[in-house]
Design a protein around this ligand. Sequence first.
Ligand code: ATP
Ligand code: MG
Length: 493
Amino acid sequence: MNISMPNWLMQRAFLTPDRIAVQYDGEKKTFSELHNAALKRARQLAGLGISKGDIVALLMKNSIDMIEVIHALHYIGAIVLLQNTRLTSRELAWQLQDSQAKYLLVDDEMVERINDFSYIRMVKISELFFLPEQECRLQHEYHLDDTATIMYTSGTTGKPKGVLQTYGNHWWSAVGSALNLGLRETDCWLAAVPFFHISGLSILMRSVIYGMSVYIMNGFDAKQANDILIQGKATIMSVVSTMLQQMLSELGERTYPDTFRCMLLGGGPAPKPLLEACRNKGIPVYQTYGMTETASQIVTLAPEYSFTKLGSAGKPLFPAQIRIENNGQIARPNEPGEIVVKGPNITKGYLNRPDATKQAIKDGWFYTGDIGYVDEEGFLYVLDRRSDLIISGGENIYPAEIEAVLLSHKAVAEAGVTGMADEKWGQVPCAFVKLQEGCAVTAEELIDFCKEKLAKYKVPKQIYFVEELPRNAAKKLLRRKLAELIPKNGETK
Ligand code: ATP
Ligand code: MG
């Protein structure tokens, strides 16, 4: 059954028109003003020929303009393809072709990033705002099965895949989050994560569904973010661990006010020393686990468990379920296996990839490709990605565990671990390390440090010092590229 409900921004502007929807750089817009702006943009976009069902790509940085354009495209019934502004021209072109987007709306400053746009109608945002308006059929209702947005996965384990995110996925994601974190009339969500990632876009969806204000940052800056929180201008913030790390060191002796109630931490593994430091400072960190395919968090750890379950990603949100599978069997508590998830926030599939969809979704359960375990009480611990597992003499080794140990050494800024061929064990772990500026340590010293903290078979057999680790546009470590950096015949590259 395809359930429909009123268009979210229209309904929000009708219910609570005067509440602040968005704040940015001194500028504020109420929901009523945001609706009027979206309406105008919708008519301008219709004038370009955009209509229901068209895929329209956006290459924009966080701004009020971007929010208006996203809502405007939904007013027309177009599908919004959100593109990562850090992608190379080649990667952008590949996504535009793969998605068969008809239009590309681009921030003026990024126009030169598109080399060849002969196959797509490209419109600069500055031009869009001067286009004439045309009457168009507005979507007064959203059908929950309809695709609202397409977002490519980060491409950490392979080529990125276009994830179809329906209105229902966004709705249930927002509801699941509210049932966990609660809603306060005074809530304001600080959006320093990009809207082209699900962590950022989901804040916009929650804003119109909850009637909650969003404070936008165009690009992250630790000092600015701390100032906003200290001044009590936001009550919730979404971060990835590097952002939190920077904020913590910038914060120094200062603290956040009691009105600040949630630091939602996701996107990847969270280093334990960071979690401990936040706990000691009384920062209310909610660890989360989620992915593009789950339209943001699906598992979250509330701060009341941050002492007893440190390092866990938590329990599923109310509408969701998780289980761990090992060779087709449901694993016992504490037994590692693939994390499998189910819930109305999960994608209906990948764009134009029926095989990948069939492989990932079976009987309504989504196979994440991540390995983890669930303890006796149902708390999830994420170990690593299945594709990065190192099997050494029959033992499973999780690179993330070794990386976390290396990162806890004060001289180490970044670490990446992969498997290297070994005659005796099949594979053994080796590590790539980027040192903190001004710090020196030898490979032997780091290996000794690992020996104190890890079982012998997990200790890296080689450590290579590098200037840079290979990362994708989402800044995620590309472990599959590390293998290519292993020097042949003992030479260092
Ligand atoms: P691709 O699917 O193309 O390889 P990706 O999986 O990196 O890219 P995203 O959807 O951005 O793309 O990232 C989701 C992934 O991030 C998860 O599947 C998981 O591997 C990792 N992740 C998210 N949250 C956590 C967490 N709390 N702990 C460990 N890993 C996490
Ligand atoms: Mg993935």
